[in-house]
Write a protein that binds this ligand. Structure first.
Ligand code: GLU
Length: 307
């Protein structure tokens, strides 16, 4: 039993890894290795303007430094446009795509319903344009490509957060799978890549929990079996503020000068509930005792050594 597990870490190299990324990479690695499974690495650099190659190289180097090894080649999403186009064509074939000419300002107009978490439900403005109307608008503006969603509840059980449900039509609306500049949206690329690389469990920050129903829907439309989803709590400071890429003092560039990899891994493992004390430990020594049952749902307090 066990060898079938395939985990992955899929960072967007828009900056150096910060502690939240390290925690995610660590937990995904521990989960896969505990099951004797494979651990894949994929660079999500769809937005090439924001994701220079130099950062991708640093991520690989940081993972090695942390003692987190991966299996196989490292795909770069920026090189896989032709592949995503094949799956875009499948969705077009089943009649679920349409061009959307809405500007950012129009999308945030007061008429669009806003959910309590600030997300905007697409009002469907371009859903029923006739081919003539669309052709006319195309003369002025390049369209994004949207996917029609059903008035249907997507239900799944997250490995940490438990039961999660979302009605795609009411709580999300038709969503973009390709931007007006031709760049594919994360939602489509992540589904195609996870499915084609045989990923069986997706471990990532809980900020992506609400993307999951859209991804499950895409997996089903494209004839794939969705992986298991395990979202992990986010790190926050004593002031309750969640860490973000902007917290540059907590990126690995500086942390590598101050701490050993064992110290960082030990502190994060303790913050995530895996150990009782924040003592330095090599990542591989955590594999044996790893269990998702230890990881809580609430935000994790940033270890004191980093505050
Ligand atoms: N590339 C995304 C990020 O770095 C993560 C995507 C995922 O794990 O599904 O935030």
């Amino acid at each position: 039993m066990g060898n079938a597990a395939v985990g992955r870490f899929a960072p967007s190299p828009s900056g150096r890894m910060h502690l939240g990324n390290v925690l995610c990479a660590l937990l995904a690695w521990l989960s896969a290795r505990k099951q004797g499974g494979r651990y894949l690495l994929r660079i999500e650099d769809l937005d090439e303007m924001r994701c220079p190659r130099s950062f991708a190289g640093l991520i690989l180097d940081d993972l090695r430094w942390l003692g987190l090894d991966w299996d196989g080649e490292v795909p770069y999403q920026s090189e896989r446009t032709a592949l995503y186009e094949r799956y875009e064509a499948v969705l077009r074939e089943i009649g679920l795509l349409y061009p959307c000419f809405c500007s950012r300002a129009a999308l945030h107009a007061a008429s669009a319903p806003h959910l309590s978490d600030g997300r905007v439900v697409y009002a469907g403005t371009c859903r029923d344009l006739t081919p003539d109307e669309a052709a006319e608008k195309k003369k002025v503006r390049a369209p994004a490509t949207r996917l029609r969603v059903p008035d249907e509840e997507i239900v799944f059980t997250d490995g940490v957060f438990g039961a999660y449900r979302e009605n795609l039509a009411r709580e999300c609306g038709d969503f973009i799978i390709r931007r007006s500049d031709g760049v594919f949206a994360y939602q489509l690329a992540v589904v195609v890549d996870d499915a084609l690389s045989g990923v069986t469990e997706v471990v990532r920050g809980s900020d992506l929990l609400s993307s999951t129903p859209r991804q499950i829907w895409l997996h089903r439309l494209l004839g794939f079996t969705p992986p298991d989803y395990i979202h992990i709590p986010l790190l926050c400071g004593h002031d309750g503020r969640r860490l973000s890429k902007r917290d540059e003092d907590l990126d690995l560039g500086l942390l590598r000068e101050r701490f050993s990899p064992e110290r960082i891994v030990g502190a994060l493992a303790c913050a995530a509930g895996l150990t009782d004390r924040p003592e330095p430990v090599p990542a591989r020594e955590l594999i044996g005792g790893f269990s998702w049952d230890r990881v809580p749902r609430h935000d994790l307090l940033l270890p004191d050594i980093f505050q």
